[in-house]
Design a protein around this ligand. Structure first.
Ligand code: B12
Ligand code: SF4
Length: 472
């Protein structure tokens, strides 16, 4: 039987392209799937339409040029409507199988009812996608493919999914199929060499249960770690094969397993990899010894989720942290000499004018190098989605509006969308156009003028977005 040709697609994010420009990363899930398919002798192609800034027609054209028999789409909720449009169009032009995967498929397996979706996968995609391909070769039956969902005779069938327990067995992501030179993150950390960038996962999953996060649904709260040896081998490949000198750890809670963090740092130093890197961490996981070790191994920036400056809301969102712990962690990171990013949100179901003001004040108090202040978006599969529906706070189920920045799909008990968008802009203005922030930025720039460049691009995007001069 002829082996099928496979094309994997990361759909274009047309409306929010500008917002995403400051941080472009590889579609790692697709690169993992491609790697396992290649390892099994299949011909694969990845179209990262988002990064390549393709329009929808251009994406359709590129898919058809690749003459695929099977097309896989990876999408978060926001990009699902676009992916669906593309899938419907390519199906009109060629007989092929479409497979949808990623967080939206996992949270919303009902998508298989859409005529343009042949199969959808709940959970991890590597063995599931390979399983579908093997079904087309008569090597497997659909019922044997973990996480596979399909719609037949008015009924949705979903096979139980299974977590991958040994991530070391996966081949490294097929980055040779990606436009690696296009990826990057504008963060204000200077160094000599021109940046060449990649991102990777050291683990998968998170054991916490914050009400707004899709991670518990995606990974079933089970954390699976890669070994330090396997990670160092991938880092060496990144340096030697792709000339990478900067990397980003995509894990939700990189600092959960301190022993592994230390081992990885020791490995980077032992192998003299000379890499700059940054990661996410939970404030309650960091300690001075670990932060110092991370800095020694090239870590420049640490991103921590704060979410709110209101102690009551902090409890309601089940983050499991306190404002005091968070403040301590930011101080510690400052002392150690790491750059910091704080991720906040406004528009929690209980947010009022007063609590948002508290959030803005707390952000100013922490004084991180950069601030994220999106509006709470209740993604399907999260507890906040259920709250939004039960309390009639949800304003639309048009997923193309679930962009987190600049539009608002959920009101709070006390604030409407107009008030939330206005508060978001006030928050960002108050944070960035403030003596304390400007002083810190100037200190960074004076210490090393090369920093300036890395303030400019995100700064320009922010200014455009805030549309200075307009009453927002
Ligand atoms: C790192 C990260 C980012 C990175 C990289 C995003 C990316 N495109 O991969 C950055 C910082 C850029 C980012 C941005 C955003 N992110 Co983000 N991000 C994450 C995070 C923490 C980890 C993702 C990751 O690296 N996973 C590891 C890789 C290996 O897994 P994966 O990509 O999910 O792929 C696996 C499976 O999903 C599946 N799969 C994936 N694609 C396909 C396709 C097929 C055909 C198949 C069969 C299977 C399959 O198989 C893969 C391998 O097992 C997740 C949290 C999470 N738990 O997923 C949030 C998360 C995905 N992000 C989220 C959001 C909301 C965003 C933003 C919209 C926020 C914003 N506006 O700023 C943007 C959207 C940008 C974009 N166009 O992607 C939400 C998505 C919620 C939703 N339902 O849509 C999540 C779940 C966090 C949350 N709030 O709950 N994010
Ligand atoms: S927000 Fe962070 S800590 Fe909370 S469940 Fe999601 S990944 Fe885990």
């Amino acid at each position: 039987m002829k082996k099928p040709k496979i094309t994997l697609v990361s759909p274009p994010n047309i409306e929010f392209r500008d917002a995403g420009k400051a941080h472009l990363v590889e579609p790692l899930g697709l690169a993992y799937i491609a790697a396992i398919l290649e390892k099994n002798g299949y011909s694969v192609n990845i179209i990262d339409a988002d990064t390549l800034e393709y329009s929808i027609p251009k994406t359709i054209q590129e898919i058809l040029i690749s003459e695929p028999d099977i097309v896989g789409f990876s999408c978060q909720t926001l990009l699902f409507p676009t992916a669906l449009k593309i899938a419907a169009e390519i199906k009109k032009n060629k007989q092929l199988i479409t497979v949808f995967g990623g967080i939206h498929s996992t949270s919303f397996p009902d998508i298989v009812k859409e005529p343009a979706v042949d199969f959808s996968i709940v959970g991890e995609g590597e063995y599931a996608f390979l399983g579908i391909v093997e079904c087309t070769q008569g090597k497997k039956q659909l019922k044997e493919v973990h996480g596979l969902c399909y719609y037949k005779n008015g009924k949705i069938t979903c096979n139980p999914s299974e977590r991958i327990t040994d991530l070391d067995k996966l081949p490294f992501p097929a980055r040779h199929l990606l436009p690696m030179k296009k990826y990057g993150y504008a963060f204000p950390v200077p160094y000599d060499k021109k940046r060449s960038y990649a991102s990777l996962n050291f683990s998968r999953g998170c054991c916490y249960n914050c009400i707004f996060c899709n991670s518990p649904r995606q990974w079933t709260r089970k954390v699976v770690h890669r070994s330090a040896e396997n990670i160092i081998a991938e880092l060496k490949e990144l340096v030697n094969k792709y000339g990478v000198n900067t990397f980003y750890v995509r894990d939700e809670i990189f600092t959960l397993n301190k022993k592994n963090v230390i081992k990885i740092c020791q490995g980077i130093l032992r192998e003299k990899l000379e890499l700059n890197w940054f990661c996410y961490a939970r404030a309650d996981h960091v300690d001075e010894g670990m932060l110092r070790m991370m800095k020694k191994a090239g870590c420049k920036l640490i991103k921590m989720g704060v979410e709110t400056g209101d102690p009551e809301i902090m409890k309601l969102i089940k983050k499991g942290e306190t404002l005091e712990t968070i403040e301590k962690a930011f101080k510690l990171a400052d002392e150690v000499g790491l750059y910091t990013h704080a991720s906040f949100m406004i528009g929690h179901p209980w947010d009022s004018f007063k609590t948002v003001k508290r959030t803005i004040s707390f952000a100013k108090k922490l004084n991180p190098d950069t601030l994220g202040l999106p509006i709470m978006t209740p993604f399907p599969g999260t507890e906040v989605w259920d709250i939004a529906k039960e309390e009639k706070l949800l304003l639309t189920e048009d997923f193309s509006k679930f962009n987190v920045m600049g539009s608002c799909v959920m009101k709070t008990k006390y604030l409407n969308p107009k008030q939330l968008i206005k508060l978001q802009k006030i928050g960002l203005r108050e944070f960035y156009f403030r003596g304390g922030y400007i002083y810190k930025a100037l200190k960074r720039i004076l210490h090393d003028p090369r920093c300036l460049k890395f303030y400019l691009e995100p700064g320009w995007i922010l200014l455009k977005w805030l549309r200075l001069g307009e009453n927002g």
